[in-house]
Design a protein around this ligand. Structure first.
Ligand code: ADP
Ligand code: MG
Length: 453
């Protein structure tokens, strides 16, 4: 009965709110009952129910009535699975008469936000705690000096997730504010289109009413001169008006080739934070939380002992790949109705595990480090002791120890037949330097990311 009404209502809602809104906001809901003139809707997150209540309550009530249900208001139930390491929201119900529809987000200008990318769904660990804290502050919208906020880090480490989370939270706290989120490519595309249609004034005015501008993957506009120019002006104008800017890129501003100096220097007036490669603990936390969410819907799912630990151990760095692996296991389990044992996981994920096994070699490390510090590859293994050569060599030793499974004597052989104690000394030295010298630590993080890419 409820299902039939809801199916009929959904068909009509898809028409009236448009497929994008429908897919993002309505589709995750379920009609679970009707009592005392209130339709009870189950929603996966508080954010979705609040949003729907603010923007689509009237439509839903009208459509339900046409589908044969006599209701005058909606009641939302948020059943959120407990999430160990994320801030977990309690089960809550909220009842409300249709709220007056506020201005819709400027979805026509920006890219749609993924409703799953919230702070509640973001697992915080050592590698991302700083970025997360900064994102939280900016999302509050108070008078923080983090403008612009520049988030950077390797692929699949959660930059886009954090940006969407900021947008959701900020929009939630400031319902009438305009948040514009777009990728740098979209920015460029719109700009070029505006140029072609001689509509530059429109392009400019599009930003005038924006309270928060978010541009994702800004490395794409580096080297594209006219787009960069326009970006710079837009960005200056907004910062001068006290509007918040949030930018992401796959590397630090200084490392983006072809990005203008004045943009770099303007960026460094704000806060620059990076997402470090994931640690085992963070990966395990993410896997556990996702598994719990999934099990809330599929209570009969069985995951054998050690499977999540195995995944966290074998699939390093990129969270997107980790999630993909987990999704595949879930699909496998629910199709075959079989417990996921370690063997099943290994068999089902052979291809993913194989690509993640592609280890960095000592050769790669020596080459990259030599290139980075502009020394000859031969000096990596040669006897020279001058600091400008010895330091990069020690960094390469350190990275070889960290990133490969080679033993110290093996590494020693690859560095011109050095003794394992020399390697150990080099590794220790670099560890000390990293603790003292943040710019060197940064340098090494960049090298690591390049090697992992
Ligand atoms: P990036 O933009 O840095 O390439 P994304 O934000 O697209 O990465 O993240 C890739 C995937 O990994 C997304 O599905 C995201 O939800 C997930 N993810 C990344 N970091 C976390 C985290 N700390 N907690 C939960 N999910 C995460
Ligand atoms: Mg991204």
């Amino acid at each position: 009965m409820m299902d039939r009404i809801w199916v009929a209502a959904c068909a009509e809602l898809e028409q009236s709110v448009g497929p994008n809104n429908y897919n993002h906001w309505i589709k995750p809901l379920r009609l679970t009952g009707i009592e005392d003139g209130a339709a009870r809707l189950a929603s996966p997150t508080r954010f979705i129910s609040d949003w729907v209540n603010r923007h689509f309550a009237k439509d839903i009530v009208a459509v339900l009535n046409r589908a044969g249900a006599e209701v005058e208001r909606l009641r939302f139930e948020v059943a959120q699975a407990a999430r160990p390491s994320a801030q977990s929201a309690p089960i809550s119900t909220a009842e409300a008469a249709p709220a007056p529809t506020t201005r819709a987000p400027r979805a026509d200008l920006g890219a749609p936000l993924d409703p799953r990318y919230t702070f509640a769904n973001f697992i915080v660990g050592k590698p991302n705690e700083l970025a997360h804290a900064a994102a939280r502050r900016v999302a509050e919208g108070g008078p923080v000096g983090f403008n612009p906020l520049f988030l950077y880090g390797g692929v699949g480490l959660g930059k886009t997730h954090l940006m969407h989370a900021i947008a959701h939270e900020y929009q939630f706290r400031h319902p009438s504010a305009q948040v514009l989120y777009l990728s740098a490519e979209q920015f460029m595309y719109r700009f070029v289109q505006a140029l072609r249609e001689s509509a530059i004034m429109d392009f400019k005015s599009m930003f005038r009413n924006v309270n928060m501008l978010m541009v994702d993957d800004v490395q794409f506009i580096a080297g594209k001169d006219s787009t960069q120019e326009e970006f710079f002006h837009t960005f200056n104008a907004l910062v001068d008006q006290g509007k918040q800017i949030v930018i992401s890129a796959d590397r630090a501003p200084a490392e983006i080739k072809g990005l203008e100096e004045r943009i770099k220097s303007r960026l460094s007036c704000g806060l620059i934070v990076d997402l470090h490669p994931t640690t085992y603990e963070l990966r395990l936390g993410i896997l556990q939380s996702k598994t719990e969410v999934f099990r809330a819907q599929h209570p009969d799912l069985e995951i054998g002992a050690g499977v999540l630990e195995f995944l966290a151990h074998r699939i390093s760095t990129n969270v997107r790949v980790l999630e993909g692996a987990l999704q595949r296991l879930f699909a496998h389990a629910s199709l075959l109705r079989r417990e996921i044992t370690l063997e099943v996981a290994q068999e089902c994920l052979t291809d993913i595990l194989r690509t993640n096994d592609r280890k960095v070699s000592i050769d790669d490390i020596q080459r990259k480090v030599a290139e980075h510090y502009n020394i000859r590859l031969a000096d990596m293994i040669g006897p020279k002791r001058a600091r400008n050569v010895a330091r990069p060599r020690q960094i390469a030793m350190y990275l070889s120890k960290q990133m490969t499974s080679r033993s110290l004597p093996e590494i020693g052989r690859r560095f011109g037949g050095r003794d394992h104690t020399t390697i150990m000394h080099g590794v220790r030295k670099v560890e000390e330097l990293i603790a003292e010298d943040s710019s060197l630590a940064e340098d090494i993080a960049v090298l690591k990311r390049m090697l992992e890419a």
